[in-house]
Write a protein that binds this ligand. Structure first.
Ligand SMILES: [Zn+2]
Length: 252
């Protein structure tokens, strides 16, 4: 069974068809991350519709935090508090310094992340983390969460620095790898450093890949590429990723 560990299903047009196609390719589980209250509501509805396939991840995305006025932000947090018991994971949460341009905005992202981590801890949830332009800061938060609570943390799309990957390996932090390994030799070099038992696959659909929106059925292709990188069979990669995902969700 293949698993997509980070996907924005509520943004995918013709979702039912897309999920059917993915299913035919062996993609049986998809982590549905959210970005704000509206998307959390949509994901909880979609989870009712596709309970076998989707794993709801609830949370407020750091870039979206900056677009909200204080009332909207409070309403988003309240919704998360009321709904978090239905989540299998907290996410997509984290830091985004591309959008946080000044100290005040960075502090706001940290403060809201802290509140969300407290909820995740109370509900024994693993994390699905965003780290754009704040790789080290987000990684340190992941490490602290893991050490302090025992629950796991996944850094999504975190394939820019070998040095940071080596720290993740030591601290048992998971990293997910996307379709970029199909064409980027630099990313492949970084991916080679990830401990095989800490690696997950993702598409971040529908973020564009090669000028068209990515879909979860890309996962087996990413797995095939990983088999080449690891010099093993695609079946072995599939088994390893499934085992990793199970451990990520359930083991402290
Ligand atoms: Zn995302």
């Amino acid at each position: 069974m293949w698993i997509d560990a980070h996907c924005h299903v509520e943004q995918i047009p013709n979702l039912e068809n897309v999920l059917n196609t993915a299913q035919k390719q062996g993609v049986r589980k998809i982590v549905a991350v959210s970005v704000d209250q509206t998307s959390m509501q949509q994901i909880l509805r979609l989870y009712q519709q596709f309970p076998q396939t989707l794993l709801p991840a609830l949370g407020i995305h750091p870039a979206h935090i900056l677009e909200m006025n204080p009332e909207e932000l409070q309403s988003n947090l309240n919704f998360l508090k009321q709904s978090i018991h239905q989540a299998k994971m907290l996410g997509e949460v984290g830091l985004d310094y591309k959008y946080a341009r000044n100290q005040e905005q960075k502090q706001l992202q940290h403060q809201i992340l802290k509140q969300q981590l407290q909820l995740a801890q109370n509900y024994a949830l693993p994390l699905n983390l965003h780290s754009r332009w704040a790789l080290r800061q987000t990684m340190e938060i992941a490490i602290h969460y893991k050490q302090y609570t025992g629950y796991n943390a996944l850094l999504h799309w975190f394939c820019q620095s070998k040095k940071l990957i080596k720290i993740c390996n030591k601290k048992n932090i998971y990293v997910s790898v996307g379709p970029i390994i199909l064409h980027s030799p630099q990313t492949i070099e970084v991916v080679q450093c990830i401990q095989p038992h800490l690696l997950l696959l993702e598409t971040d659909s529908p973020v564009p890949f090669h000028n068209s929106p990515a879909t979860p059925d890309l996962i087996p292709k990413i797995g095939e590429k990983l088999a080449q990188i690891w010099n093993t069979t695609t079946e072995k990669v599939e088994q390893q990723i499934e085992e990793n995902f199970h451990n990520f969700l359930h083991h402290r």
